[in-house]
Design a protein around this ligand. Structure first.
Ligand code: ZN
Length: 413
């Protein structure tokens, strides 16, 4: 698909250097065959290349959201009613959500749960060029204990290590590129307490083993302290939410290199949108219970030096596709320096997802997934979350969104 595509030169922008954690002015980025082929000042323009003038602009890697439910729009009570509409209607809608996500500068997502494996089929549709969207690493369904968080909408139930193995194997058979296990209760399932652990350490370990055998990254939904520790000890790659992290959990995470994907946006919208937005009362009440402790845990994790990566939990109430970068802003608001917040949504996210050889940095050989901003994201991190102001979103060396795409302000040579 990309072989007949002209080369694209992004000329003279301030380009994000992930190692130096800063932007370097006046650098050209050449994209050829969908990949970054040169990053240096004074790059010659190849014959037939398109040129995008990036002088006075900021060029960074396309953003990576490590926790979405991209087949959901974020209606107040949508995810728990996942099967409320025919599958075909949900699929057509999901194609639109994928496009909106890409337009907002998100070029890679990990989808951590959708009914009927719709996320896997969406990923296949995007990969084959049928639908425009970010690269999707889809988990299929999550695996949870009987009656556990996510059951009935985004998770398959399993009890005992052998059934957990089978649950994970079923997702792999369906084409899952990531694995999701539920280590505790959560906000969105009625009758389930977020403070309550769910899978035992042995159950978690069986799931992790199956995933890692297949070279898949494992995410654990984990809010309760004991659930978090079971998941870390079982060897998961990331703790999602991490609402109640104690000192031992933080120590374990640092020791083992476990990532925290805080998803600060999810409870924020459930609590602040509240009953007035039509969110079910039990969700609003549980969001209230987690909100402050969640932020305190995130701050403690930063202080302890826990690795973090950006994830929104997009698809939860009022957590809309295309608004993903609000999480980067929130991560910065609650204590991460702006350059580090950018890393959490690019290089560090790629490291967590084992995509460091594919994307997340502006380096020769990696996919040419890039975001060109008209405002400095270090001075104003909010510049990341204003897609209407973007100059360009580039996926695989092609300008797919932003003002340059709309007005075609780049020059075909
Ligand atoms: Zn989620």
């Amino acid at each position: 698909m990309s072989s007949d595509q002209p080369a694209l030169l992004l000329r003279g922008g301030a380009v994000f250097d992930s190692d130096a954690r800063t932007f370097c002015a006046g650098v050209d980025v050449l994209c050829a065959g969908g990949r970054i082929s040169a990053v240096r000042a004074g790059t010659a323009i190849p014959n037939g290349a398109d040129v995008l003038d990036c002088r006075g602009m900021w060029v960074l890697p396309g953003l990576i959201d490590c926790h979405v439910h991209i087949t959901s729009a974020g209606e107040p009570n949508e995810m728990t009613n996942a099967r409320g509409e025919p599958l075909a209607i949900r699929a057509w809608k999901a194609a639109g959500y994928a496009r909106r996500t890409l337009n907002s500068g998100i070029t890679t997502v990990r989808d951590l749960g959708a009914a009927e494996h719709l996320n896997i089929q969406l990923a296949n549709g995007i990969e084959s060029g049928l639908i425009q969207g970010p690269r999707v690493l889809a988990a299929g369904m999550g695996v949870t204990m009987t009656g556990g968080h996510g059951h009935g909408f985004i998770a398959r139930e399993a009890d005992g290590p052998d059934e957990v193995r089978k649950g994970v194997r079923e997702q792999l058979r369906a084409g899952a590129k990531a694995v999701k296990l539920f280590a505790s209760g959560g906000v969105m399932t009625p009758g389930v307490d977020p403070r309550s652990p769910s899978f035992t350490e042995d159950e978690m370990r069986a799931g992790v083993e199956e995933a890692h055998k297949a070279f898949r990254v494992v995410a654990a939904h984990a809010q309760a302290t004991e659930g978090i520790k079971n998941a870390i000890r079982a060897g998961v790659d990331s703790i999602e939410h991490g609402v109640w992290l104690d000192d031992e959990a933080l120590e374990l995470m640092c020791e083992r290199g476990t990532y925290l994907v805080p998803t600060l946006t999810a409870p924020h919208h459930i609590y602040h949108g509240g009953l007035a937005a039509g969110i079910p009362p039990y969700m609003v009440e549980k969001a209230r219970q987690v909100l402050e402790d969640h932020i305190a845990s995130y701050r403690a994790a930063l202080k302890a030096g826990v690795r973090v990566a950006m994830g929104t939990d997009q698809g939860t109430p009022l957590n809309r596709p295309g608004d993903n970068a609000q999480e980067v802003v929130r991560m910065a608001e609650h204590g991460l320096a702006p350059a580090a917040a950018i890393l959490a949504a690019t290089a560090w996210a790629a490291d967590l997802l084992r995509l460091q050889g594919e994307c997340g940095r502006i380096k020769e050989g990696l996919a040419a997934d890039l975001l060109v901003l008209r405002g400095d994201p270090i001075e104003g991190i909010g510049n990341l979350s204003k897609p209407e102001d973007f100059n360009a979103v580039v996926k695989a060396g092609r300008i797919v969104a932003g003002q340059a795409a709309e007005r075609r302000t780049y020059e075909p040579a």
